[in-house]
Ligand binder design. Structure first.
Ligand SMILES: Nc1ncnc2c1ncn2[C@@H]1O[C@H](COP(=O)(O)OP(=O)(O)OP(=O)(O)O)[C@@H](O)[C@H]1O
Ligand SMILES: [Mg+2]
Length: 276
């Protein structure tokens, strides 16, 4: 594996069977129906890089993200992280080690944080489950340190998720990913649910942490302003296919696909800035 291929996604496919139940199909004389949510999607991400996926709603971005982290089985294709296939056969210990290295951050952090647990326990949990911390006390202490890293107060660990704002909750989700010593973080619309000013804070935090810990990101967003600010390369998805992969600057300056042009033109301030 070369360093430019820390994450390697090859010919990833996902087909969903969205047919009506058998009896309905017989009565209504309808064939089976399939959605090709991802078709032959291939890309690679270098260590420490941010690769972004953009595209309209329903273009298959989340489907690809879920396959890349192993939350959704692929119909076909392979995903390798640091030379290890996540789709291949592994024993439990290997799988656990692999899972630790890959974490996912979702649009709605509230849904991914256990509402009944104090924040310190939420952050401590992966450290205990993965054997990163030796004792509960150590894990709780480390959780306090991580709260500082993401710009919160260690005392916030005593509170519950509902006592925080959306931006603060996203910081907690990031702290938990760091607690697992993640190296590769897949962020699916991490700031879409946040106010614009808070969005910028979270994105800046993500960049700082990337530098500090050498993190590799797969960033998914329909917001091209976010993507341009964050990523070195961008992949454009359209109807389940990756229609263009390009360095960020080049893509905005000179998109090869008319579809990409259309996406860029849909964002007023960016299209004005890139047009001479
Ligand atoms: N579990 C599922 N069962 C059936 N169809 C699905 C399932 N998940 C996704 N799809 C379909 O696959 C296609 C891609 O969906 P996906 O969620 O990946 O899009 P997306 O690019 O993430 O969109 P958005 O920007 O709205 O989040 C859509 O047509 C969707 O309806
Ligand atoms: Mg999505």
């Amino acid at each position: 594996m070369s360093n430019s291929e820390f994450v390697r996604v090859e010919k990833l496919n996902r087909v969903f069977d969205v047919s009506k139940p058998l009896l309905n199909r017989i009565i209504e004389r309808q064939p089976k129906r399939f959605v090709h949510a991802a078709t032959d999607v291939s890309f690679s991400i270098a260590k420490g890089e941010t690769f972004a996926l953009v595209g309209e709603s329903g273009s298959g971005k989340s489907t690809v993200a879920k396959m890349v982290v192993g939350l959704l089985p692929a119909t076909s294709g392979t995903v390798e992280i640091d030379g290890v296939s996540i789709t291949g056969k592994h024993d439990r210990a290997q799988m656990r080690a692999l899972r630790r290295r890959i974490q996912m951050i979702f649009q709605d952090p509230y849904a991914s944080l256990n509402p009944r647990w104090r924040v310190a326990s939420i952050i401590a949990e992966p450290m205990l489950a993965l054997g990163i911390a030796k004792s509960k006390a150590e894990a709780q202490h480390e959780a306090g340190e991580l709260l500082k890293v993401v710009g919160l107060n260690p005392l916030d660990g005593r509170k519950y998720p509902h006592e925080f704002s959306g931006g603060q909750r996203q910081r907690i989700a990031i702290a938990r990913a760091l607690a697992a010593k993640a190296e590769f973080i897949v962020c699916d619309e991490p700031t879409s649910a946040l106010d614009v000013s808070v969005q910028a804070q979270i994105l800046n935090l993500m960049r700082d942490l990337q530098e500090q810990f050498g993190l590799t990101y797969l960033l998914i967003s329909h917001n091209l302003a976010v993507v341009r600010h964050m990523s070195s390369r961008i992949g454009v998805m359209h109807f389940g296919k990756l229609v263009e992969v390009e360095e960020s600057r080049a893509l905005f300056k000179n998109p090869r696909q008319s579809y990409t042009r259309m996406l860029i033109d849909a964002v007023p301030d960016i299209s004005a800035a890139t047009r001479r």
